[in-house]
Design a protein around this ligand. Structure first.
Ligand code: SAM
Length: 328
């Protein structure tokens, strides 16, 4: 039995991003439209039993790392229970979580005890009014409380994800660097992607992160660095500090040749590429009582259809779903 997932381009797939809900308690302007409510019904989401069964099949095929995402994963009730079940799977080495941290203060300890080891927190501004404007009404103090709770619960590293938007928050990058130095967070800067109408509209504020790096170099001494986690960010350390800054550049310098991941939506569709439409539906299989061998055969067949790369620049109109619907 082959215990590796290798796509047609020789890439080993060992990372699954698992969306637990498409719902979100924020409306970030580049992600979901203001007032958006057209979410899936909870009956369409995979149950925790179904997720556990499917993730087990992935781990038996060599997937070592799972990230819980959404939508906002903390809006799904009982998330620590799912985390506990997944982190107990033999073969799973790393269970992480992406969150906006709005509800993290309440859940941080339970998630840590359930085996979540690493956290990524989205944070695009440190100014309360601007934060509210970018996120459609989010309250910055709740995110700050969530970060404090995560730190107290022992999460390390904690990575801050900042989507850089020209004329909106790009004047705050220096402040964010200093904030992350003081609080011992890792900072990751992200280029806006044309995903859904919102992502395409926000792409008008696209900033090439190569220029941001050059700007930062005028103020900080950046040394090439590495960071555990296997993601696509290119890291630099700020000399004289422990701060690492990662640049995630899907547009200016795509990293598809090292792509090691696939994404499962909350309703059980496996997307083979964030920037393409190829998907395979797993919910019908699960609900028809598929056994482990059937699931693994379907996963292998899906990975055989993984596209070589996204085409955000060549075909920016391709992805009609919003980021929150795929799982960011
Ligand atoms: N709610 C969680 C969070 O805030 O991290 C997880 C889901 S969210 C969709 C995951 C990440 O996708 C966030 O860091 C968000 O900023 C990013 N994102 C959403 N739409 C994007 C876009 N059009 N371009 C770049 N990043 C985007």
């Amino acid at each position: 039995m082959d215990t590796h997932l290798i796509d047609p381009f020789g890439r080993v797939i060992e990372y699954l991003r698992l969306s637990v809900t498409d719902r979100c308690d924020l409306r970030c302007q580049y992600c979901l439209p203001a007032g958006f409510r057209d979410f899936e019904e909870p009956s369409e989401w995979l149950s925790f039993d179904e997720m556990e069964q499917l993730v087990r099949a992935f781990t038996e095929l060599g997937v070592r790392r799972v990230r819980l995402t959404g939508g906002e994963p903390l809006t799904r009730r009982g998330l620590p229970d799912l985390a506990r079940r997944l982190s107990a799977l033999p073969g799973l080495e790393d269970l992480s979580l992406s969150t906006n941290a709005v509800q993290l203060a309440r859940e941080a300890v339970a998630l840590r005890q359930a085996g979540v080891s690493r956290l990524n927190v989205s944070l695009d501004s440190l100014r309360p009014e601007r934060f509210a404007s970018i996120t459609g009404g989010g309250k910055l103090e709740r995110v700050r409380a969530g970060l404090d709770a995560a730190r107290a619960a022992g999460f390390t590293p904690i990575k801050i994800n900042m989507v850089v938007l020209g004329g909106i928050n790009d004047d705050e990058i220096g402040d964010m660097v200093r904030f992350c130095i003081v609080h011992d967070f890792t900072l990751r800067l992200i280029e806006t992607m044309p995903i859904g109408d919102t992502g395409r509209a926000a792409s008008r504020s696209y900033v090439d992160l190569q220029s941001v790096r050059r700007r930062l170099e005028a103020e900080f001494d950046l040394l090439p660095a590495t960071m555990a986690g296997g993601g696509p960010a290119r890291y630099f350390r700020v000399a004289g500090t422990e701060l690492r800054i990662g640049f995630i550049t899907p547009i200016s310098q795509h990293f598809c040749d090292t792509c090691n991941r696939v994404r499962l939506t909350a309703d059980g569709a496996l997307y083979l590429c964030l920037g393409q439409e190829e998907k395979v539906e797993f919910r019908p299989l699960l609900r028809a009582g598929a056994d482990s061998e059937t699931l693994k055969a379907a996963i292998r067949a899906a990975v055989a259809r993984k596209p070589e790369r996204h085409e955000f620049q060549e075909v920016p109109a391709r992805v009609v779903r919003f980021m929150a619907q795929t799982g960011g």
